[in-house]
Design a protein around this ligand. Structure first.
Ligand code: ADP
Ligand code: MG
Length: 895
C-alpha cells in the first residue's frame, strides 16, 4: 500500500499540468512543490505531512471551495489537474479534469476568453479560436506569419496551442508571448494530424459542416480546429456540446490591424495597460456583458465592406434619433442574462435553477424587444428587426414556456424548484410533506388539548431532531409514553413513538422529494442544453442590439455624426475630434482631407502642438466608421480602407521603455511591405531615433516609396523640416501645419503624455548612447537594412545620405515634372539651392548651367567628405584589406 503523497506524485507524473489538486476526503490537497507553489500564489497555509519516513509540505482547501482557488491559479497562467476519488471504496483516484487558462468555464467577468490553436503548413497558417464560456468557435486561414500573429492577437487569447511545426519556432512563440501575454500549451501532435482533426471537426459540427461553410478538409484551419476540440474534450469540462457551430471568416473581411497599431491607437487598453482611457472603455455604454464583448470585438475587427456597416449605421441612426425608444430598448436589455455563457453552463451541467429562471426572463426580454421594435415608428424601418429576427421566435417561445411552466416562481425558495402541477409524483410528495409539516405545526396544540400540559412547545434542531419541550414546573404532568431526551436548565425535551415515526416519514419524503427534483431538474437542464444554439443566437442578437444602442447613446451624447462610406480612396473629415481626448479637454476640431493629388500629408508643428493627436484621431475616425459607429466630426466621408498601420518613432516610445530603433525599423519595414493603396498609414516621428542625417535619409526614402510605390493614404508627422520640401515636388504630397495658439498650447501642453521635452537635444543624447559602436555614421540605415526595410528604400536612403553629407543635390524621385534637384543645409534644414536646380524654372537653359554648378559644388564637397573620412579612419582597428578597399574607393570618388 503506497502512501498518499506517493499516489499524489504518481498522478502528477501522469498529468501534464503545472499543479495537481487531489481529493483526500473532504479536502483537495496539494503536496510537495505544488504545496509551496499554491502557498506562494494563494496565501494558503502550509503544514507538514509525513509519508514513508519522509516529510512533505502540504496545503489544502475544502472541497466546496476549490473553484475560486482554481480560478486564481488558472488566471495566473497555471494549468491545474484535478484528481477525484472514484468508486465505492473512495480510495481510487483519477484525474477528472484539467483546468487551463483557455478552457476555464468558471471564468467571471464580461471578457471573452479564447483558446487559439495555430497550425503552420508551408506559408499557410490555420487558426481556430474557441471560447468555451460562450460557445464561440471561429476559424480562419491566412497566408503569412505576420497576419497570423495579428489575427491571433485580436482574440487576446488566454491560451495558445501551437501546432507541431510552430511549437519549435522560438521566434513565433516569443512573439505570441509578447503580443498576447498568453499561456503556451503543448498538446499531442496526433490531435493536429489532418485526418484525425478533420474527423473531430465533422464529429462535432456535423458531416456536412465543412462543405457548408466552405473550409477545406485536412487544411491548416481544420487541423487547428480539430486540435482545439480535442484539447477542450481532454480538459474535461464537459462543454463540448455547447460548441454548436463553426464560424469561419476570412482575415481580409476585416481591416488589417497589427498589434502595434492596436496598442498605439489604444483600442482596448491604453499604452500603460489600463482599460480606463481606451477607446473601448470610452464608448462602452452597454448594459449587458454580452453587449460589452460584442462592442469590443467590433472595435478590434472593423470591416472592409460596406453592406454590414451600412446596416449598423442604419441601426445606430434610428436609435440615436429617438432618445425615448433608445432608453426603452436599453432598459429592456438591462439585467438580461449572459445567454451565451448560460448555454455553456447548461451543457456542462453547472447551471442552477436560478440560471434557468434567468433564461426565461431573458427570452421574455427578447420578445419584448421584438415587439417594441416592430411597433415603434422610428425603429420599425431599421435593420434592428432583422437582427432580432435571426432568433427563431417559435423555438424561443416554446423553450421559454417549457421552462417557465416547470419552474416555481422562486425556484431557490421554500416551495421547491418546480411549480405545482408540473409532476404528479412531486405533487404527491409535496402534499405528503405539507401534511407532515402541518402535523408537527399543530402538535403542541393537540398535546395541550389532550394532556394536562399547558406550556409545551415543538421545535427541531440538528442533533435532537423534533422534540417537545416542557418547563420544569410541568414535567410531572408529561404523559407516560413520552421519553426524555435531554435536560436543560429550565426545561426538559421529550419524544414519543408517534413523533419518531412521523419524523422518519418526513425525512423520507424530504429525501424522495429532493431526489425527484434533482432528476427532473437534470432533465430540464438537458432540455435547455439541447437548445444551446438557440440560446447562443438569442445571446448574439441581444448583444448586437446592446452594442448598437451603446454606439447610439455615445453618438447622441457627444454630437457624433453618421459617416458617409465610399468605395474610393478619399477621406474628408470636417471638424474631427479625438474620441477619447475630447472627453477630457476642450478639443479644437480639425479637418482631414485626402483625395486626388493629396494622398500623403507631411504634418509639422512644434512639440506638443497636437500632431500625434491629430493623426491618431484621423485613424480612429476611420476605424470607428468601419466598426459601424458614428464618428466625432461635423461630417465625414470615408473611403473604406483595407488596413490601418501606425508607427510611433522609437524616441517617443523610449520614454516608456518600450521600443528600440531596431523595433521601429522592423515595424516600418512591415508597413512598407504590407500597406496597399487602400490602406491608411500613420507615421509619427519615424526615423527620429537615430542621427538626424541618416534619419532624414530614411524618412525621405520611405516617403518616396510610400508615395510612388505603395500609394497608401499617409500621415507623416516629422520634425525633419526637410521633408516639407517634398510637397512641392511629389504630386501627392501636401504639407499640413499644426498651428499653435500660445495660450491653449501652454494650457494643454502641461498635462497628458510625457513626451520628450526637447527635440534636438534628445536626439543627440540618444545618438551617443546607441551609435557608439559602428565606425561609420549611417548606423540607422544599417539597422533599417537589418530590419528588412525593402531594398529600394535602403539603397535610396544611402544615396540620400551620401548626397546630404556631400551637400549634393538630391533628385526627388517620382516628381511630376521629372527629376528635380534639392539641396539642403543640414544645420538649418533649409533649402540652399532651389530655383536654379529645379525643372520648374524652365526655359533658362538650366541644363548646362545647373549641371555645371552642381558638378563644381559636388566635387569640392566630395573631396571634403573623403578628407573627413580619411581623418576619421581608425587605422589600428581596421584590417589591411578593409583599408585597401577604402583607399581604392576614395581614389575613385576623387577621380
Ligand atoms: P505633438 O505630437 O505635436 O507633440 P500631441 O498630439 O502629443 O502633440 O498633443 C499634445 C497635447 O495637446 C496632448 O496633451 C493633447 O491631449 C493635447 N491636444 C492635442 N490636440 C488637441 C486638440 N485638437 N485640442 C485640444 N487639445 C489637444
Ligand atoms: Mg507627438
Amino acid at each position: 500500500m503506497t502512501g498518499i503523497v506517493e499516489e499524489f506524485l504518481a498522478l502528477k507524473e501522469e498529468s501534464d499540468a503545472d499543479v495537481l489538486a487531489m481529493q483526500v476526503g473532504d479536502f483537495y490537497e496539494f503536496f510537495a512543490d505544488d504545496a509551496r507553489l499554491v502557498a506562494d500564489e494563494l496565501d494558503l497555509k502550509v503544514s507538514e505531512k509525513s509519508s514513508h519516513g519522509s516529510s512533505y509540505p502540504m496545503a489544502g482547501v475544502p472541497l466546496s471551495e476549490l473553484t475560486p482557488y482554481l480560478k486564481s491559479l488558472v488566471e495566473r497562467g497555471y494549468t491545474v489537474a484535478v484528481a477525484e476519488q472514484r468508486g465505492d471504496d473512495d480510495t481510487t483516484r483519477e484525474i477528472t479534469r484539467t483546468a487551463t487558462p483557455g478552457t476555464l468555464l468558471e471564468a467571471t467577468g464580461a471578457d471573452a476568453r479564447y483558446l487559439v490553436a495555430v497550425v503552420r503548413e508551408g506559408d499557410a497558417y490555420g487558426l481556430a479560436a474557441v471560447d468555451v464560456t460562450t460557445g464561440a468557435f471561429r476559424l480562419t486561414e491566412v497566408g503569412d506569419e505576420r497576419t497570423a500573429l495579428a489575427e491571433l492577437g485580436r482574440f487576446g487569447p488566454e491560451e495558445v496551442l501551437p501546432g507541431p511545426v510552430l511549437r519549435g519556432d522560438d521566434d513565433f512563440c516569443d512573439a505570441v508571448r509578447d503580443d498576447a501575454d498568453a499561456t503556451l500549451s503543448v498538446h499531442g501532435t496526433e490531435a493536429f494530424a489532418p485526418g484525425k482533426a478533420t474527423h473531430r471537426v465533422r464529429e462535432q459540427f456535423g458531416e456536412g459542416a465543412l462543405d457548408a461553410v466552405g473550409v477545406e478538409p485536412e487544411g491548416p484551419g481544420v487541423r487547428a480546429a480539430g486540435a482545439a476540440l480535442d484539447y477542450v474534450a481532454e480538459t474535461g469540462v464537459g462543454v463540448l456540446s455547447s460548441l454548436t457551430r463553426v464560424q469561419p471568416y476570412r482575415a481580409d473581411d476585416h481591416v488589417s490591424l497589427d498589434p502595434t497599431t492596436r496598442r498605439n491607437l489604444e483600442l482596448t487598453e491604453t499604452m500603460r495597460g489600463d482599460r480606463e482611457g481606451s477607446l473601448a472603455a470610452t464608448l462602452d455604454h452597454t448594459v449587458t456583458a454580452m453587449g460589452a464583448r460584442r462592442l469590443e470585438a467590433w472595435l478590434v475587427r472593423p470591416l472592409q465592406r460596406r453592406g454590414e456597416l451600412e446596416r449598423r449605421h442604419d441601426c445606430v441612426a434610428a436609435l440615436a434619433d429617438d432618445a425615448l425608444e433608445r432608453d426603452a430598448v436599453r432598459e429592456t436589455l438591462d439585467g438580461a442574462a449572459d445567454l451565451e455563457r448560460l448555454a455553456a453552463r447548461c451543457t456542462s451541467g453547472s447551471a442552477d435553477p436560478g440560471a434557468l429562471k434567468r433564461v426565461v426572463d431573458t427570452l421574455e426580454r427578447l420578445d419584448a424587444l421584438r415587439e417594441r421594435v416592430a411597433s415603434s415608428p422610428s425603429l420599425a424601418d431599421s435593420p434592428l428587426g432583422d437582427v432580432l429576427a435571426r432568433v427563431d421566435a417559435d423555438d424561443a417561445a416554446a423553450l421559454r414556456e417549457t421552462v417557465d411552466d416547470a419552474l416555481a416562481d422562486d425556484p431557490g425558495g421554500e416551495t421547491g424548484i418546480f411549480a405545482r402541477g408540473y409532476d404528479e409524483t412531486l405533487d404527491e410528495l409535496a402534499a405528503e410533506h405539507d401534511e407532515l409539516v402541518a402535523w408537527f405545526d399543530t402538535l403542541a396544540e393537540r398535546v395541550k388539548a389532550e394532556s394536562e400540559l399547558s406550556r409545551v412547545t415543538v421545535d427541531r434542531n440538528k442533533t435532537d431532531g423534533y422534540y417537545l419541550q416542557v418547563g420544569h414546573s410541568q414535567t410531572d404532568r408529561v404523559p407516560d409514553d413520552y421519553r426524555e431526551v435531554k435536560t436543560l436548565k429550565n426545561s426538559k425535551r421529550y419524544r414519543s413513538a408517534e413523533l419518531d415515526e412521523k419524523e422518519r416519514a418526513l425525512f423520507r419524503v424530504e429525501e424522495e422529494r429532493a431526489a425527484r427534483e434533482r432528476e427532473l431538474f437534470d432533465e430540464l437542464r438537458a432540455e435547455v442544453a439541447a437548445h444551446a444554439s438557440l440560446l447562443q443566437d438569442a445571446g448574439r442578437a441581444l448583444a448586437e442590439v446592446d452594442a448598437l444602442a451603446s454606439f447610439a447613446e455615445h453618438a447622441s451624447a457627444n454630437r457624433w455624426t453618421r459617416p458617409e462610406l465610399r468605395d474610393d480612396r478619399s477621406l474628408d473629415v470636417s471638424a474631427g475630434r479625438h474620441p477619447v481626448v475630447e472627453q477630457a479637454v476642450e478639443f479644437v476640431p480639425n479637418d482631414a482631407r485626402f483625395g486626388e493629388g493629396r494622398r500623403f500629408l507631411v504634418v509639422t508643428g512644434p512639440n506638443m502642438s497636437g500632431k500625434s493627436t491629430y493623426m491618431r484621431q484621423t485613424a480612429l475616425i476611420v476605424l470607428l466608421a468601419q466598426a459601424g459607429s458614428f464618428v466625432p466630426a461635423e461630417s465625414a466621408e470615408i473611403g473604406l480602407v483595407d488596413g490601418v498601420y501606425t508607427r510611433v518613432g522609437a524616441l517617443d516610445e523610449l520614454a516608456q521603455g518600450r521600443s528600440t530603433f531596431m523595433v521601429e525599423m522592423q515595424e516600418l519595414s512591415n508597413i512598407l511591405h504590407s500597406a496597399t493603396a487602400d490602406s491608411l498609414v500613420v507615421l509619427d516621428e519615424v526615423g527620429r531615433g537615430t542621427a538626424s542625417d541618416d534619419g532624414i535619409s530614411i524618412a525621405w526614402a520611405a516617403t518616396e516609396y510610400l508615395h510612388n510605390e505603395v500609394r497608401a493614404k499617409t500621415l507623416f508627422a516629422t520634425h525633419y523640416h526637410e521633408l516639407t520640401a517634398l510637397a512641392d515636388r511629389l504630386d501627392g504630397v501636401r504639407n499640413v501645419h499644426v498651428e499653435v495658439d500660445d495660450e491653449s498650447y501652454a494650457s494643454t501642453g502641461s498635462g497628458g503624455e510625457s513626451g520628450p521635452a526637447t527635440g534636438r537635444d534628445g536626439d543627440v543624447t540618444f545618438l551617443r548612447t546607441v551609435a557608439e559602436g559602428p565606425a561609420d555614421r549611417s548606423y540607422g540605415i544599417h539597422v533599417a537594412d537589418l530590419a528588412g526595410v525593402p531594398e529600394p528604400v535602403v539603397s535610396r536612403s544611402r544615396d540620400v545620405l551620401e548626397r546630404l553629407r556631400a551637400d549634393e543635390a538630391i533628385d526627388v524621385r517620382g516628381g511630376s515634372e521629372g527629376s528635380e534637384q534639392v539641396v539642403f543645409d543640414l544645420g538649418s534644414g533649409e533649402l540652399r539651392t532651389d530655383e536654379g536646380a529645379t525643372g520648374e524654372s524652365g526655359g533658362e537653359g538650366e541644363d548646362a548651367a545647373g549641371d555645371g554648378e552642381d558638378d563644381a559644388a559636388a566635387l569640392d564637397s566630395e573631396a571634403a567628405a573623403v578628407l573627413d573620412e580619411l581623418r576619421n579612419t581608425d587605422v589600428n582597428n581596421s584590417s589591411p584589406l578593409d583599408l585597401l578597399q577604402r583607399v581604392n574607393e576614395w581614389q575613385k570618388r576623387l577621380d
